[in-house]
Design a binder for this molecule. Structure first.
Ligand SMILES: *Cc1c(COP(=O)(O)O)cnc(C)c1O
Length: 752
C-alpha cells in the first residue's frame, strides 16, 4: 500500500481537507504502525540505560527519518497543499530532561538502536517536566510544561510493579516510547509513573504539596531541593525509578530463562550520573530475595553495573543523609550498610573512600565506584581531571575501572533533521555514506580551495539564518538581520558556563558603539537557557541579559549594529533551528568545569566556529580542526585548578586593575539598566562579580573580549571564514554518538 493511500485512510478525508491537528494524529498513527512492523532488537546480552532524564526532542520528524520516509511524506503533504514542518510543529516536545546529560541519553538511545544493539532506556514519566520558562518584567518565571497531550508518543502498558516506601506500597505503571534506529533497530524507553499522581495539586507556578508522594511523585523533574521535603521527594523519585528498573530487568531475564547467577552474561546496566545509583543496592536486595547470598549478589551486580560521571561540581555529587534513606527506603539501608562495611574493612576505614561518611551521609557516587565495574568520564580532559584530582583516591585503588568516553551527538537529529539543506548538499559532494559512517565527512576536505563549494555552504548558512530569523520574529517578536553575524550561546544557565561573561562583552560592545566605534558588520547575540528555579545568581544573569535586550534593541544609535535576544524556554526544537544558523559557537565555561559539552559538537557539525576555553570537548575539537580553525582564550584548567587550590583568585583585583573591566561591571548598576531592571538583582549580580566570582569571570574577561574581536574581524575575510566552516564540518565525524556507543560497547557493555 502506498503512503498516500494509507494516510488518506487514517484521516478518513482527503489530505487537503485535514487541519494540522488531524494530520499530526494521522501521521503519528502511521508512524506507529510502521514501527510496530519492526521486530524488537534481540541479542544474547541487553543494555539498560537508566537515567533521570531523557531530553528526547520531538519524535515525529526523527522517526520519519529513521524509517526512511521523511522525504516521501514531505513531498506527499506538499502535493496536497500541506506542510510537514507545520505538522511537526504541532507535536509537543516531551519534557523529560534538563540539559546536556538528558540530551546525551536521547542521542545514545538513537545510536544504540541504529547500531542494532539491544538496549532500552529506563526513566520516569514526568507530567510537567522541568518547567516551562516564561519571561515577565525581564525575569524568569516557571510554569508547568504541559506536554502530555493526546494523541501522544507514549504507549500506556499494563506492566506494573509494587514499590515500597516504608509503610507505603505503591503500584507503578509503565509507559513505553519506541526508539527506532536509522534504517534498522527497534528498542524502547520505559517510563514509570503512578496512576494516583494528581496534576491539580500544582498551584501558583510550580508549587505543590511536597509531602503527598502518591499525588506528587512524578509531577516534576528535579523538584526544588531547598528544603527537607523537597530533598526527600528526590529520594522517593530515584528509588521509584531504580526499583522499577531492577524489577523489570529481573522479570525480563527470568522470562528469557536466564540464570540470575550469570546475569553479567546477559545484562549491562549503565548508571547515568548518580540519580540511579540506588539500583545497585536494590538489585542486590532483589537477588537476595531470589535466594542468592549477599556477597555473591554484590559480585553479580558489580559485573552488570557501570557508572558515568558527568561533572566535578560538588553540588552534583549527591549525598543523602542516612535519616532520609531510613525513612524513605528502610529496606535498602541494611544493604547500603553492608556495602559500606565491605569498604571500611577493605580500605581501613578511610573517610575518602567510605560510602557513609562520619556525618552519616551516603555518597551515591561512591556506591557506583566501589560496586560497579567501570567509571567513565565524558571527555578526555574531564576523565584526566577525575583521575588526577576529583576521584584520585578511587583511581589509586581501581585504576582499571577508569576509562574515557567522549560524548557524541546523533547526526540524524542534529544535521539530517535540523539542517536538511546542508545534509543533502554534502550528499552531492561526497555521497551519503557519512550518514552512517560519520568519519567520511573528512572527504569534504578535498573542497578546501573550491570556491563554489565554499560559497554554497555559506549560502546554506545564510538560508538557515533567514529561517532562524523568522522563527525568532514569530516566537520572540524581535526582528533579526540575516546578514549580521550570529553569535550564539544556548545552554542551561549556570555561573560556570559564564553567560555573564558574554553579557559583559555585550556591555563592552554597547559602550564602544555609543562611543562611535561601530563594528564592521552588525552582530546578533543570541542567548537561551533555563535557570534552576532556586538558583538566584543564574536568574540574576537572565535578568541582566533581558535588561540589555530591552536597552540595546530599542536604542536607535546601537540597534543597527548590535542586537541581543534571550530566547525563552530553550529546548531541543529551538536548538534545531538556532544552531544551524550560528556563525560563532560560544563555549566559554571556566576551564575544568564543563565536563564535555555537547552543544559545542552540534555547532561544529553545522559549520559554526568555536569561541571557547580549553575545557571539556572543546579541547578535542581544537585538536581535530587545528588552532587555525578555532578561537581559544582564557586560563587553562591546570591554572584554574591551581588558583582554587591556593585561593589565589581575587576578582576585586581584576576589577580595580582594569578600566575596561570596571566600566563594564559598573554599567550593571548604571542609570541605563536601573531604569529598566531590578536594583536588588542587578546590585547582587555586580557584587557577586566584584567580591566572589566563584567561576572567575573577570579573570578571563579581557582575553575573551580580545579574541572575540579578532574573530569578528576575521569574519570579514570571507574566504578564510568559509574554509573554517568547511573544516569544522569535515572534522566533526568523531563526535557522532555512533562512535561513542561503539566505544561503550567495546569497553564496557560487550553486547554481541
Ligand atoms: C545539546 C543541548 C544541551 C547541552 O548544551 P551544552 O552547551 O553542552 O550545555 C542543552 N539543552 C538542549 C536543548 C540541547 O539540545
Amino acid at each position: 500500500m502506498n503512503l498516500e493511500k494509507e494516510l488518506t485512510e487514517l484521516l478518513g478525508k482527503p489530505i487537503e481537507k485535514a487541519d494540522r491537528k488531524e494530520l499530526y494524529a494521522a501521521v503519528l498513527k502511521l508512524v506507529k504502525a510502521k514501527i510496530a512492523e519492526r521486530p524488537l532488537t534481540q541479542g544474547n546480552k541487553k543494555l539498560y540505560y537508566i537515567s533521570a532524564e531523557f531530553l528526547t526532542g520531538k519524535q515525529l520528524g526523527k522517526n520519519l527519518i529513521n524509517l526512511g520516509i521523511y522525504s516521501e511524506m514531505d513531498e506527499l503533504l506538499a502535493k496536497h497543499g500541506q506542510s510537514l514542518s507545520d505538522v511537526e510543529a504541532s507535536e509537543p516536545e516531551p519534557s523529560l530532561g534538563n540539559g546536556g546529560l538528558g540530551r546525551l541519553a536521547a542521542c545514545f538511545l538513537d545510536s544504540i538502536a541504529t547500531l542494532d544493539m539491544p538496549g532500552d532506556g529506563v526513566g520516569l514519566r514526568y507530567h510537567f517536566g522541568l518547567f516551562k520558562q516564561e519571561f515577565k518584567d525581564h525575569k524568569q518565571f516557571e510554569v508547568p510544561d504541559e506536554w502530555l497531550s493526546e494523541p501522544g508518543v507514549l504507549e500506556k502498558t499494563d506492566v506494573s510493579f509494587p514499590v515500597r516506601f516504608g509503610d507505603l506500597i505503591v503500584h507503578s505503571r509503565m509507559y513505553n516510547l519506541d526508539v527506532i534506529g536509522y534504517n534498522g533497530g527497534h528498542n524502547q524507553l520505559h517510563l514509570f509513573d503512578l496512576d494516583t499522581v494528581d496534576e491539580s495539586i500544582v498551584k501558583d507556578g510550580i508549587d505543590f504539596d511536597k509531602k503527598d508522594v502518591e499525588k506528587n511523585l512524578t509531577l516534576f523533574l528535579y523538584p526544588d531541593d531547598s528544603d527537607d521535603d523537597g530533598r526527600k521527594l528526590r529520594v522517593y523519585q530515584q528509588y521509584f525509578m531504580v526499583s522499577n528498573a531492577a524489577q523489570y530487568i529481573i522479570k525480563e531475564q527470568k522470562d528469557l530463562g536466564h540464570d540470575l547467577h550469570h546475569m553479567g552474561d546477559y545484562v549491562a546496566i549503565q548508571i547515568n550520573d548518580t540519580h540511579p545509583s540506588m539500583v545497585i543496592p536494590e538489585l542486590i536486595r532483589l537477588l537476595i530475595h531470589e535466594g542468592i547470598i549477599f556477597s555473591e549478589a554484590a559480585g553479580i551486580v558489580s559485573d552488570v553495573c557501570a557508572y558515568t560521571n558527568h561533572t566535578i561540581l560538588a553540588e552534583a555529587l549527591e549525598k543523602w543523609p542516612s535519616s532520609y534513606l531510613n525513612e524513605v527506603v528502610p529496606q535498602l539501608m541494611p544493604i547500603i550498610g553492608g556495602l559500606d562495611w565491605g569498604v571500611v574493612c577493605a580500605y581501613n576505614n578511610n573517610n575518602d573512600l567510605n560510602i557513609i561518611d562520619k556525618d552519616g551521609r551516603v555518597h551515591m557516587a561512591k556506591i557506583d565506584m566501589h560496586y560497579g565495574h567501570s567509571i567513565n568520564g565524558v571527555a578526555a580532559l574531564h576523565t584526566e581531571i577525575l583521575k588526577n584530582q576529583e576521584l584520585r583516591p578511587f583511581y589509586n585503588i581501581y585504576p582499571e575501572k577508569f576509562n574515557n568516553k567522549t560524548n557524541g551527538i546523533t547526526f540524524r537529529r542534529f544535521i539530517m533533521h535540523s539542517n536538511p539543506q546542508l545534509a543533502d548538499y554534502i550528499d552531492t559532494l561526497i555521497g551519503s555514506s557519512w550518514r552512517t559512517n560519520a568519519d567520511s565527512l573528512k572527504d569534504l576536505l578535498q573542497f578546501y580551495n573550491d570556491e563554489a563549494v565554499l560559497n554554497r555552504i555559506d549560502e546554506i548558512k545564510r538560508d538557515n539564518k533567514v529561517r532562524a530569523s523568522k522563527f525568532v520574529e514569530q516566537k520572540e517578536g524581535v526582528s533579526l538581520d540575516p546578514d549580521s553575524i550570529f553569535d550564539v550561546q544556548v545552554k542551561r544557565m549556570h555561573e560556570y558556563k559564564r553567560q555573564q561573561m558574554n553579557a559583559l562583552w555585550v556591555i563592552y560592545e554597547y559602550l564602544r558603539i555609543k562611543n562611535g566605534e561601530k563594528p564592521q558588520r552588525p552582530i546578533t547575540v543570541l542567548f537561551g537557557g533555563k535557570a534552576a528555579p532556586a538558583y538566584y545568581q543564574a536568574k540574576a544573569v537572565i535578568h541582566l541579559i533581558l535588561c540589555l535586550e530591552e536597552l540595546i534593541n530599542n536604542d536607535p544609535d546601537v540597534s543597527p549594529y548590535l542586537k541581543v535576544v534571550m530566547l525563552k524556554n530553550y529546548n531541543v526544537a529551538k536548538a534545531e533551528v538556532i544552531i544551524p544558523a550560528a556563525d560563532i559557537s560560544e563555549q566559554i565555561s571556566l576551564a575544568s568545569k564543563e565536563a564535555s559539552g555537547t552543544g559545542n559538537m552540534k555547532f561544529m557539525l553545522n559549520g559554526a566556529v568555536t569561541l571557547g576555553t580549553a575545557d571539556g570537548a572543546n579541547v578535542e575539537i581544537g585538536n581535530l580542526v587545528g588552532h587555525q580553525n578555532i578561537y581559544t582564550f582564557g586560563r587553562s584548567s591546570d591554572e584554574v585548578i591551581g588558583l582554587y587550590n591556593t585561593s589565589g583568585y581575587k576578582s576585586i583585583d581584576y576589577y580595580n586593575n582594569s578600566q575596561s573591566i570596571k566600566h563594564c561591571v559598573d554599567f550593571i548598576t548604571g542609570p541605563e539598566l536601573l531604569a529598566i531592571g531590578d536594583e536588588k538583582l542587578l546590585g547582587d549580580l555586580k557584587d557577586n562579580l566584584m567580591h566572589k566570582d566563584w567561576f572567575m569571570t573577570l579573570l578571563d574577561l579581557e582575553d575573551y573580549c580580545r579574541v572575540k574581536e579578532t574573530m569578528l574581524y576575521d569574519y570579514e575575510d570571507r574566504a578564510k571564514w568559509k574554509r573554517m566552516e568547511l573544516v569544522n564540518i569535515a572534522k566533526s565525524g568523531f563526535f557522532s554518538s555512533d562512535r561513542t556507543i561503539r566505544e561503550y560497547n567495546r569497553d564496557i557493555w560487550h553486547l554481541k
